[in-house]
Design a protein around this ligand. Sequence first.
Ligand code: E4P
Length: 226
Amino acid sequence: MLFFLDTANPDQIRTAAAWGVLDGVTTNPTLMAREGREPKALVQEIARWVSGPISVETTSLDAEGMVREAREFVGWAPNVVVKVPMTPEGLRAVTALREEGIRTNVTLVFSPVQALLAAKAGAYFVSPFVGRLDDVGHVGMDVVRQAVEILRGYGYPTKVLAASLRHPLHVLEAARAGADIATMPFGTLEQLFRHPLTDLGLERFLEDWRKLQAELLARSSAPAGS
Ligand code: E4P
């Protein structure tokens, strides 16, 4: 399973890349706005830390505008994937961009049939949003599960990118559902490391090691024959 960070923050991306577990990045207009920087320079900085796919989202509502933006974005860095919304115009853009060899990520997907439509149009990634469905009382992970089942069943090459993940249980369930990719906020990636028994175990090992060192020191400084 690939892990992407859902952020536009270069410090977080650099940190996760150094951990050796970062395969890509997803951004959206909200995440970009949070950084308050010029998008091109920001994406180019992100591309210094991650060689895997970086999703950059279009904001046009018509296919022509999306295609125009997409052509500009892919000039920013070779690993840019263009995010387009799950609308008829978005899929028209996916079709045109596929013919140009530009990879797309169809975003704002909330049902398995939307995922099927995106795959049929030739999307590279399809992004079902789990947390936002949970927020309104639906089981978001069901969409991931069914999208994986349908796309694999028919042999579509489109990869299922589980998005809007908010906590470690979402990541676990996305992995069990067979999602190709999990994109998550930095805080969730950090949480994946944590287990109280790891901390406790480490503390005990270090304590025992310190005791051994103290014992050896005491022995070596004791007068011979004592
Ligand atoms: C996906 O690509 C989106 O950027 C993201 O996962 C949305 O997450 P949110 O619902 O927590 O904003």
